[in-house]
Write a protein that binds this ligand. Structure first.
Ligand code: ADP
Ligand code: ADP
Length: 219
Protein backbone atom coordinates (compact mmCIF):
# COMPACT_ATOMS: atom_id res chain seq x y z
CA UNK A 1 0.00 0.00 0.00
CA UNK A 2 2.90 2.33 0.87
CA UNK A 3 6.36 1.71 -0.51
CA UNK A 4 9.47 3.89 0.08
CA UNK A 5 12.56 3.19 -1.99
CA UNK A 6 15.72 5.04 -0.96
CA UNK A 7 13.76 8.19 -0.19
CA UNK A 8 15.56 11.33 0.98
CA UNK A 9 14.17 14.76 1.70
CA UNK A 10 16.15 17.96 2.07
CA UNK A 11 14.31 21.19 2.77
CA UNK A 12 15.64 24.14 0.83
CA UNK A 13 16.78 25.96 3.97
CA UNK A 14 18.52 23.10 5.68
CA UNK A 15 19.91 19.67 6.26
CA UNK A 16 18.41 16.31 5.34
CA UNK A 17 15.09 15.72 7.11
CA UNK A 18 15.01 12.12 5.76
CA UNK A 19 17.93 10.02 4.54
CA UNK A 20 17.68 6.90 2.38
CA UNK A 21 14.39 5.61 3.80
CA UNK A 22 13.23 2.16 2.62
CA UNK A 23 10.14 0.34 3.87
CA UNK A 24 6.90 -1.27 2.73
CA UNK A 25 3.61 -1.04 4.55
CA UNK A 26 1.30 -3.82 3.34
CA UNK A 27 -2.39 -3.37 2.73
CA UNK A 28 -4.22 -3.85 6.02
CA UNK A 29 -1.21 -3.19 8.26
CA UNK A 30 -1.22 -0.88 11.28
CA UNK A 31 2.20 0.54 12.14
CA UNK A 32 3.74 3.23 14.31
CA UNK A 33 6.37 5.76 13.35
CA UNK A 34 8.35 7.01 16.30
CA UNK A 35 11.43 9.06 17.12
CA UNK A 36 12.36 12.26 18.93
CA UNK A 37 11.05 15.65 17.89
CA UNK A 38 12.78 16.62 14.64
CA UNK A 39 13.53 13.00 13.65
CA UNK A 40 11.49 13.34 10.45
CA UNK A 41 8.11 11.78 11.31
CA UNK A 42 5.96 14.63 10.01
CA UNK A 43 8.09 14.94 6.90
CA UNK A 44 7.59 11.25 6.11
CA UNK A 45 3.81 11.59 6.47
CA UNK A 46 3.80 14.77 4.35
CA UNK A 47 5.56 12.91 1.55
CA UNK A 48 2.81 10.26 1.58
CA UNK A 49 0.02 12.84 1.52
CA UNK A 50 1.76 14.77 -1.28
CA UNK A 51 2.30 17.89 0.82
CA UNK A 52 6.05 17.66 0.17
CA UNK A 53 8.16 16.15 -2.61
CA UNK A 54 11.14 13.86 -2.00
CA UNK A 55 14.58 15.10 -3.04
CA UNK A 56 15.60 11.56 -4.04
CA UNK A 57 14.06 8.10 -4.27
CA UNK A 58 10.65 6.73 -5.14
CA UNK A 59 7.38 6.55 -3.24
CA UNK A 60 4.42 4.38 -4.17
CA UNK A 61 0.99 4.81 -2.55
CA UNK A 62 -2.05 2.72 -3.56
CA UNK A 63 -0.11 1.27 -6.52
CA UNK A 64 0.68 4.76 -7.81
CA UNK A 65 4.18 6.09 -8.28
CA UNK A 66 3.98 9.55 -6.72
CA UNK A 67 6.73 11.09 -8.84
CA UNK A 68 4.82 10.15 -12.01
CA UNK A 69 1.50 11.65 -10.98
CA UNK A 70 0.04 14.29 -13.22
CA UNK A 71 -1.35 17.47 -11.71
CA UNK A 72 -4.95 16.27 -12.17
CA UNK A 73 -4.24 12.87 -10.58
CA UNK A 74 -3.11 14.33 -7.25
CA UNK A 75 -6.62 15.16 -5.92
CA UNK A 76 -7.75 11.60 -6.74
CA UNK A 77 -4.91 10.03 -4.79
CA UNK A 78 -5.48 12.41 -1.87
CA UNK A 79 -9.03 11.08 -1.65
CA UNK A 80 -7.72 7.61 -0.83
CA UNK A 81 -5.87 9.05 2.17
CA UNK A 82 -7.39 10.22 5.45
CA UNK A 83 -5.34 12.38 7.80
CA UNK A 84 -5.67 12.99 11.55
CA UNK A 85 -3.70 15.90 13.04
CA UNK A 86 -2.65 16.51 16.64
CA UNK A 87 -4.57 19.78 16.86
CA UNK A 88 -7.40 18.20 14.78
CA UNK A 89 -7.75 21.41 12.69
CA UNK A 90 -11.50 21.65 13.13
CA UNK A 91 -13.40 24.72 11.95
CA UNK A 92 -15.05 26.43 14.90
CA UNK A 93 -17.54 28.42 12.82
CA UNK A 94 -19.28 25.18 11.79
CA UNK A 95 -21.09 22.34 13.52
CA UNK A 96 -19.63 18.91 14.15
CA UNK A 97 -21.73 17.59 11.25
CA UNK A 98 -20.43 20.25 8.85
CA UNK A 99 -16.83 19.62 9.87
CA UNK A 100 -17.13 15.90 9.14
CA UNK A 101 -18.95 16.58 5.87
CA UNK A 102 -16.10 18.73 4.46
CA UNK A 103 -14.16 15.97 2.63
CA UNK A 104 -17.40 14.76 1.02
CA UNK A 105 -18.28 18.21 -0.29
CA UNK A 106 -14.91 18.36 -1.99
CA UNK A 107 -15.61 14.95 -3.59
CA UNK A 108 -19.06 16.04 -4.82
CA UNK A 109 -21.40 13.65 -2.95
CA UNK A 110 -25.14 14.28 -3.04
CA UNK A 111 -26.49 15.85 0.20
CA UNK A 112 -28.42 12.67 1.10
CA UNK A 113 -25.47 10.37 0.51
CA UNK A 114 -23.17 12.79 2.37
CA UNK A 115 -25.54 12.96 5.35
CA UNK A 116 -25.72 9.17 5.55
CA UNK A 117 -21.95 8.85 5.47
CA UNK A 118 -21.38 11.65 8.01
CA UNK A 119 -23.78 10.00 10.47
CA UNK A 120 -22.15 6.61 9.90
CA UNK A 121 -18.74 8.14 10.62
CA UNK A 122 -19.99 9.99 13.74
CA UNK A 123 -21.60 6.76 14.91
CA UNK A 124 -18.26 4.93 14.54
CA UNK A 125 -16.54 7.41 16.88
CA UNK A 126 -19.51 7.51 19.28
CA UNK A 127 -20.56 11.12 18.63
CA UNK A 128 -23.85 10.77 16.78
CA UNK A 129 -25.65 12.84 19.42
CA UNK A 130 -23.21 15.74 19.01
CA UNK A 131 -23.74 16.46 15.31
CA UNK A 132 -25.45 19.84 15.79
CA UNK A 133 -22.95 21.13 18.35
CA UNK A 134 -20.05 23.48 17.79
CA UNK A 135 -16.76 21.58 18.26
CA UNK A 136 -15.72 24.26 20.79
CA UNK A 137 -18.36 22.87 23.14
CA UNK A 138 -16.71 19.42 23.12
CA UNK A 139 -13.93 18.02 25.28
CA UNK A 140 -10.49 17.64 23.68
CA UNK A 141 -10.97 13.87 23.39
CA UNK A 142 -14.28 14.40 21.64
CA UNK A 143 -12.75 17.01 19.34
CA UNK A 144 -10.09 14.51 18.35
CA UNK A 145 -12.81 11.94 17.62
CA UNK A 146 -14.52 14.47 15.34
CA UNK A 147 -11.15 14.84 13.57
CA UNK A 148 -11.04 11.07 13.15
CA UNK A 149 -14.62 10.94 11.83
CA UNK A 150 -13.69 13.58 9.26
CA UNK A 151 -10.59 11.58 8.27
CA UNK A 152 -12.53 8.35 7.65
CA UNK A 153 -15.83 9.69 6.31
CA UNK A 154 -14.81 9.13 2.67
CA UNK A 155 -13.57 5.59 3.50
CA UNK A 156 -9.91 6.12 2.69
CA UNK A 157 -7.67 3.15 1.95
CA UNK A 158 -4.92 4.72 4.04
CA UNK A 159 -5.29 6.51 7.37
CA UNK A 160 -2.36 8.67 8.52
CA UNK A 161 -2.14 10.26 11.95
CA UNK A 162 0.43 12.79 13.15
CA UNK A 163 0.70 12.71 16.98
CA UNK A 164 -3.05 12.07 17.30
CA UNK A 165 -2.86 11.74 21.09
CA UNK A 166 -0.39 14.56 21.71
CA UNK A 167 -2.84 16.64 23.72
CA UNK A 168 -4.70 13.81 25.46
CA UNK A 169 -4.31 12.06 28.80
CA UNK A 170 -3.39 8.34 28.82
CA UNK A 171 -6.96 7.05 29.13
CA UNK A 172 -8.24 9.14 26.21
CA UNK A 173 -5.14 8.25 24.19
CA UNK A 174 -5.89 4.56 24.64
CA UNK A 175 -9.46 5.18 23.49
CA UNK A 176 -8.25 6.91 20.32
CA UNK A 177 -5.88 4.00 19.62
CA UNK A 178 -8.79 1.54 19.91
CA UNK A 179 -10.58 3.56 17.24
CA UNK A 180 -7.59 3.26 14.90
CA UNK A 181 -7.53 -0.50 15.59
CA UNK A 182 -11.21 -0.68 14.77
CA UNK A 183 -10.72 0.95 11.36
CA UNK A 184 -7.69 -1.22 10.72
CA UNK A 185 -9.70 -4.35 11.49
CA UNK A 186 -12.02 -3.59 8.57
CA UNK A 187 -9.14 -3.21 6.15
CA UNK A 188 -7.84 0.37 6.40
CA UNK A 189 -4.04 0.62 6.30
CA UNK A 190 -2.96 2.80 9.25
CA UNK A 191 0.29 4.67 9.95
CA UNK A 192 0.52 6.62 13.21
CA UNK A 193 3.37 8.98 14.11
CA UNK A 194 3.77 9.22 17.86
CA UNK A 195 6.48 9.71 20.45
CA UNK A 196 4.39 8.13 23.20
CA UNK A 197 6.51 5.01 23.64
CA UNK A 198 4.51 3.46 26.47
CA UNK A 199 1.31 3.74 24.46
CA UNK A 200 3.01 2.27 21.37
CA UNK A 201 4.37 -0.62 23.44
CA UNK A 202 0.93 -1.50 24.75
CA UNK A 203 -0.40 -1.76 21.19
CA UNK A 204 2.07 -4.52 20.25
CA UNK A 205 2.30 -3.53 16.57
CA UNK A 206 5.07 -2.84 14.07
CA UNK A 207 7.20 0.14 15.11
CA UNK A 208 9.45 2.09 12.76
CA UNK A 209 11.96 4.32 14.52
CA UNK A 210 13.51 7.40 12.98
CA UNK A 211 16.61 9.12 14.31
CA UNK A 212 17.93 12.26 12.62
CA UNK A 213 16.16 11.34 9.40
CA UNK A 214 17.33 7.72 9.27
CA UNK A 215 15.19 4.63 9.80
CA UNK A 216 17.20 2.95 12.58
CA UNK A 217 14.74 0.21 13.56
CA UNK A 218 11.74 -1.52 12.01
CA UNK A 219 9.93 -4.37 13.70
P1 ADP B 1 9.25 15.26 13.58
O1 ADP B 1 7.89 15.19 12.99
O2 ADP B 1 9.83 13.91 13.88
O3 ADP B 1 9.33 16.18 14.75
P2 ADP B 1 9.90 16.82 11.22
O4 ADP B 1 9.64 15.99 10.03
O5 ADP B 1 8.91 17.84 11.59
O6 ADP B 1 10.23 15.86 12.46
O7 ADP B 1 11.30 17.55 11.02
C1 ADP B 1 12.48 16.89 10.55
C2 ADP B 1 13.56 17.95 10.31
O8 ADP B 1 13.19 18.76 9.19
C3 ADP B 1 13.77 18.90 11.46
O9 ADP B 1 15.15 19.19 11.52
C4 ADP B 1 12.98 20.12 11.06
O10 ADP B 1 13.52 21.27 11.63
C5 ADP B 1 13.13 20.13 9.57
N1 ADP B 1 11.97 20.73 8.87
C6 ADP B 1 10.67 20.34 8.97
N2 ADP B 1 9.88 21.08 8.19
C7 ADP B 1 10.69 21.99 7.56
C8 ADP B 1 10.47 23.03 6.61
N3 ADP B 1 9.27 23.29 6.12
N4 ADP B 1 11.56 23.72 6.20
C9 ADP B 1 12.79 23.45 6.66
N5 ADP B 1 13.06 22.48 7.55
C10 ADP B 1 12.02 21.75 8.00
P1 ADP C 1 -22.92 1.15 2.03
O1 ADP C 1 -22.10 -0.12 2.04
O2 ADP C 1 -24.31 0.98 2.50
O3 ADP C 1 -22.76 1.96 0.79
P2 ADP C 1 -20.90 2.78 3.11
O4 ADP C 1 -20.05 2.23 2.03
O5 ADP C 1 -21.18 4.23 3.13
O6 ADP C 1 -22.29 2.02 3.18
O7 ADP C 1 -20.25 2.44 4.50
C1 ADP C 1 -20.37 1.20 5.14
C2 ADP C 1 -19.91 1.39 6.56
O8 ADP C 1 -18.48 1.51 6.65
C3 ADP C 1 -20.48 2.67 7.12
O9 ADP C 1 -21.01 2.42 8.39
C4 ADP C 1 -19.30 3.59 7.17
O10 ADP C 1 -19.40 4.50 8.21
C5 ADP C 1 -18.18 2.64 7.45
N1 ADP C 1 -16.86 3.25 7.15
C6 ADP C 1 -16.63 4.48 6.66
N2 ADP C 1 -15.33 4.72 6.53
C7 ADP C 1 -14.71 3.63 6.97
C8 ADP C 1 -13.33 3.26 7.10
N3 ADP C 1 -12.32 4.06 6.76
N4 ADP C 1 -13.06 2.05 7.57
C9 ADP C 1 -14.04 1.25 7.92
N5 ADP C 1 -15.34 1.54 7.85
C10 ADP C 1 -15.68 2.71 7.37
Amino acid sequence: MIHFEHVSKRYSEGHDALKDICFTLQTGELAFLTGHSGAGKSTLLKLIMLMEQPTAGHIQVCDQQLTHLGRHEIPFLRRSIGVVFQNHQLLFDRTVFENVALPLQICGYSPQDAARRVRAALDKVGLLDREKMNPLALSSGEQQRVGIARAIVHKPKVLLADEPTGNLDPLLSEEIMRLFEQFNRVGTTVLIASHDLSLIKRMGRRVMTLRSGRLIADG
